[in-house]
Ligand binder design. Structure first.
Ligand code: ADP
Length: 490
């Protein structure tokens, strides 16, 4: 059966996914790290100990043989061996030396000629090895050949005549280091076996440790999944590590924000339904009462139809305010920012609202401290200021006044809307910017309020990266201050 190219791609992708899953897992990385951290020192200790043992063993063996050579050299020098190279005693000693150390002893005379070889192979031959030459200069040498498993030691045979030391010959001892090599190899095998067992134990322990270490993260992930599936009110307490504690705290903040958002969304939906239903209910009551009566006089019809029109207007206003509010909820990317003359803009708003103020004999005064040009979205910013001025008129007393002032510094401009109205109770001040919040529901309704004006104003100001503040004294009046940057900060 042939595998199609598409299937290869799928298999390859699956393999890469499995690879990613393993190599990118924290558990795997902890296991690898712990294994490396524990095994590298073990390997280093093993290599160092073996090397030290080998060096020591060679040094001991060298010293031992050097000793034997010195004794033999003295005997050879005293027995005039080079002139009469026949001595059973010395030959026996040399044979013994070579037997003990599993080696070979060569005696070399001044002409680099071998006068005695315990193996009997090189007798009479000339040896010009650098070690022998160095030894003729009066220095003992030793050379360890690890690969060849042999140790060559030279020792000079000296005679002293008339205070002069003469090197008469050289003893060259060549021994096998098989025993040392085998001991090293045995030690290495034992160390490897111990290391293998240790690795197994380390892998088991590190796997267990790594599994325990990553467990808190798994629990956090499950909590987040729970919250994603909609278990609002979820709280996380994962205090195993400082890091998981910090993540838990951040998550709890996020969950509580999600919960608040969820609640405020539900509340908003139920408020919207309620607000939209109120004018409809009034209209239905008015229409039903007209239908229930026979021969209704025209005046009553006109009066009721007038009320119904008012309710329709109210419904319309709520819907318009809701649409404005939705627009203010969007990001500042939706702003159509242009450089505007703020003095003119405020003047235009006040011109539009003065007739409404006149109905209640409220005077609207504009005080500008300097000409201000700033980058704003004309429509949205105007909506904010009109809502504040409208409120200042609506919640004012008969013959009261509204004072609007405009000022600026090098960074911001300020619009102040101060009225001489009824004021806002202290406990309500923190709620007035909430959607549908009204201090006095029936009064606000009576004067055509929807409870959305300040929420819209605040949304518009925040979109301009500005701030809005309120100060109010009950019975004396209210002042709203809006601060907006002169240059729009994207
Ligand atoms: P509304 O459409 O009811 O005026 P707002 O969001 O504009 O809604 O205002 C919320 C509430 O804050 C109002 O119902 C009113 O009680 C209070 N309020 C707002 N502006 C003023 C003001 N200038 N003077 C007194 N009360 C005010």
């Amino acid at each position: 059966m042939f595998i199609q190219s598409g299937e290869w791609v799928i298999i390859l992708k699956a393999k890469l996914q499995v690879k990613d899953k393993i190599f990118k897992s924290l558990r795997f990385q902890i296991i690898v790290l712990l294994i490396l951290v524990s095994s590298i020192p073990c390997l280093m200790v093993k290599a160092t100990v073996l090397k030290r043992y080998e060096d020591k063993a060679i040094a001991w063996r060298t010293a031992e043989i050097q000793n034997q050579c010195t004794i033999l050299a003295n005997q050879l020098a005293n027995s005039n061996y080079f002139n009469e190279p026949v001595s059973d005693v010395l030959d026996a000693e040399m044979t013994q030396l070579s037997n003990i150390y599993d080696g070979r002893v060569l005696i070399i005379d001044e002409d680099y000629r071998v006068v005695k070889d315990t193996f009997g192979i090189e007798d009479g031959k000339t040896i010009l090895s650098p070690y022998v030459i160095t030894c003729f200069a009066g220095k003992s040498t030793s050379n360890y050949n690890r690969d060849g498993r042999c140790l060559d030691i030279t020792s000079p045979i000296t005679v002293t005549s008339k205070d002069e030391v003469q090197v008469k010959g050289v003893i060259l001892v060549s021994i096998s280091t098989d025993v040392i090599a085998e001991t090293v190899s045995e030690l290495k095998n034992t160390a490897d076996a111990i290391f293998g067992v240790m690795m197994l134990v380390i892998i088991v322990i590190t796997s267990f440790i790594a599994t325990q270490m990553v467990k808190p993260f798994g629990r956090l992930a499950r909590k987040i999944e729970d919250a994603t599936e909609g278990y609002t009110g979820t709280t996380v307490f994962e205090n195993t590590y400082n890091e998981t504690k910090n993540i838990s705290e951040a998550l709890n903040k996020m969950f509580s924000r999600m919960k608040t958002l969820d609640e405020s969304r539900n509340e908003f939906v139920s408020n919207v339904s309620h607000e939209l239903k109120t004018p409809l209910t009034s209209m239905k009551v008015l229409a039903d009462s007209l239908l229930a009566q026979e021969n209704v006089p025209v005046e009553l019809y006109q009066e009721f139809m007038g009320d119904i029109t008012e309710e329709i207007e109210r419904e319309n206003k709520i819907i318009n305010d809701l649409l404005s509010l939705v627009k203010m909820d969007k990001t500042s990317a939706d702003l159509n920012v242009k450089s505007e003359n703020i003095n003119d803009l405020v003047e235009r708003i006040l011109k539009r609202l003065r007739p409404i103020a006149a109905l209640r004999n409220v005077e609207v005064i504009f005080e500008s401290f300097r000409p201000v040009t700033a980058e704003v979205d004309e429509v949205k910013f105007s909506l904010a200021i009109s809502n504040l001025v409208e409120n200042a008129i609506k919640y004012n007393r008969e013959n009261g006044s509204v004072n609007v002032s405009l000022n600026a510094d090098h960074k911001y401009f300020y619009v102040k809307v101060a009225d001489t109205g009824m004021g806002i109770p202290q406990e309500s001040l923190e709620h007035i910017f909430e959607r549908f919040y009204r201090v006095d529901k029936s009064h606000s309704r009576e004067i055509g309020g929807t409870g959305l004006g300040l929420a819209i104003a605040r949304g518009a100001v925040i979109m301009h990266r500005g701030a809005i503040k309120v100060h109010s004294e009950e019975g004396e009046g209210t002042t709203f201050t809006v601060r907006v940057p002169l240059n729009f900060i994207a």
